[in-house]
Design a protein around this ligand. Structure first.
Ligand code: BES
Ligand code: ZN
Ligand code: ZN
Length: 499
């Protein structure tokens, strides 16, 4: 899709009127660009079928011009969150109505919170529109008329500013990279193996000039990553450890390390998942695809920072060579994991990756994982769960999400919970002793592998854990296509650039 900032309404573009309940259509800046009969028609239409609430009215005016009237509800209740949904809704309606090219005023999206920052808003809206224009169609035969996507969005403003053009482009690049991450996550498990994911990382590296290194099983073994090797054992697909280094910041500046869960399919292993619980588990590498494409986005935007992505990629399968419940695995950091449940595999591979991250002396480690069903029980499907040993980083992560409609919510990371994951025959157990608070015990498990020994006197590495399982797929009414949402990449792209 082409997204541009324009000074005037381009020829051939359908004007989109965003209308709050109290708005008079005659006041809208597009109104005066219309021919007289079109104006009269619109006023009459608005009298007979007032655009109220969040209703959509596509109409064709007497001149043949198609316009979209999009209701935003009550003026006093309109806010930034609603603006984000409205941006997606405009595209969903445009697609349904086969509107190829549309024009829209930035000012229409202004809510109290963002009144003074049209530039930041322009960026966010461009991203949202890209996200709404996405569908995973690779495996479907096109309809005879072909797939329909909106091809052009033109933003206008009543307070023009040349910097909006750049903002729109930035937002679009972020949206495109989120969609690329969604493509990887949506790819069926048989076609998205650790090998394929590694190849995707290599291709990205070549395309955007990013250094990529793939560790093969032998090297994984030499590093002592018993967690990665353990989970991978049941599969005929060999594990890969993907390393992407984007070092465009100051020399010697400590990097931010992103660690993404790369389970290309999670059957549960010998603790096999029941019936429909296994269905969407080809998306269990969503954390990994987000980590890789976050770096691609930073590279395309030429951000001057040092950022590294690490993705342990494995397939979790039941077979004669699978790891067993009761197995004790020795991780790279020396701690042993007692496997109580082979379906709690994400934390087992992440344990090794978190240890590997320390090699970079990072200023911050952020892990991203579809880690627990329990996160969904706790939060529903509207926010990722975040945990951190650093209050400031946690707050900035949540704020970043709020800005771009990629929501996250904090849960407690308390030492008391460590009781629940004490191992009997190993140092830490990979699942809690009770069936309560699984999202927290998983986070506390990972914490054991980022913590430095209090005796070692080394400083604690700031770390944020994002359990994105709640956001792996969208809920109804958020105007995103079925399949992967690409979360929490929007949040990360915002966070990595601003903080
Ligand atoms: N990948 C799953 C978690 C998941 C479930 C993500 C649904 C997205 C949607 C993870 O590996 C898993 O199976 N976790 C178990 C852990 C349990 C066995 C301790 C869970 O949450 O049930
Ligand atoms: Zn699992
Ligand atoms: Zn999993």
């Amino acid at each position: 899709m082409k997204i541009a900032y324009q000074k005037t309404l381009p020829k051939g573009a359908s004007p989109v009127f965003l209308i709050k309940d109290e708005d008079k259509i005659e006041r809208h800046p597009f109104y005066k660009t219309l021919e007289k009969p079109d104006q009269e028609y619109l006023v009459k239409f608005q009298k007979n079928f007032p655009v109220k609430k969040e209703h959509n009215h596509p109409i064709v005016l007497p001149s043949g011009l198609k316009v979209l009237l999009i209701g935003l509800g009550e003026k006093t209740k309109f806010n930034h969150r609603k603006a984000i949904l409205a941006a997606r809704r405009v595209i969903v309606v445009a697609k349904k109505e086969k509107v190829k090219n549309l024009a829209i005023y930035l000012d229409d999206f202004l809510a109290k919170e963002n009144k003074d920052n049209q530039k930041a808003l322009a960026e966010v809206l461009a991203t949202q529109m890209e996200l709404a224009n996405f569908e995973f169609i690779k495996y479907k035969t096109p309809e005879p008329s072909g797939w329909f996507f909106t091809q052009e969005v033109n933003f206008l403003s009543q307070k023009p500013n040349p910097s909006f053009a750049e903002a729109v482009t930035t937002g679009q690049i972020i949206g495109e990279e989120i969609n690329n991450a969604r493509n990887l996550s949506n790819t069926p498990g048989s076609d998205m193996t650790p090998k394929v994911l590694a190849k995707e990382a290599e291709d990205l590296g070549k395309k955007w000039g990013i250094k990529v290194q793939i560790l093969e099983e032998k090297e994984i073994e030499m590093l002592g990553m018993g967690g990665v090797l353990g989970v991978a054992r049941g599969s005929s697909e060999r594990p890969k450890f993907i390393i992407m280094e984007y070092l465009k910041g100051k020399r010697g500046e400590k990097p931010v390390v992103l660690v993404g869960k790369g389970v290309t399919f999670d059957t549960g292993g010998l603790n096999i998942k029941p019936d429909d619980y296994m269905y969407e588990m080809h998306m269990d590498m969503s954390g990994g695809s987000v980590a890789l494409h976050s770096i691609a986005a930073m590279a395309r935007l030429k951000i001057k920072k040092n950022i590294v992505a690490l993705v342990p990629a494995v397939e979790n399968m039941p077979s004669g060579s699978s790891y067993h419940p009761g197995d004790v695995l020795k991780t790279m950091n020396g701690k042993t994991i007692e496997v109580l449940n082979t379906d709690a595999e994400g934390r087992v591979i992440l344990a090794d990756a978190l240890e590997y991250a320390k090699k970079y002396k990072p200023r911050l480690v952020v892990d991203i994982a579809t880690l627990t069903g329990s996160a969904m029980s706790a939060l529903g499907q509207r926010a990722s769960a975040v945990f951190s040993n650093n209050a400031r980083a946690e707050q900035k992560i949540i704020e970043s999400g709020e800005m771009v409609g990629d929501y996250a919510w904090a849960l407690p990371l308390w030492e008391e919970y460590e009781e629940e994951i004490k191992g009997t025959f190993g140092d830490v157990a990979n699942s809690g002793k009770t069936r309560y608070g699984g999202v927290i015990t998983a986070a506390v498990f990972l914490w054991q592998f980022i913590k430095s020994d209090s005796s070692a006197n080394s400083p604690q590495i700031p770390w944020v854990h994002i359990d994105m399982a709640p956001r792996m797929t969208p809920t109804e009414s958020e105007f995103l296509a079925k399949g992967s949402t690409g979360a929490p990449m929007g949040l990360l792209a915002q966070f990595l650039r601003k903080f």
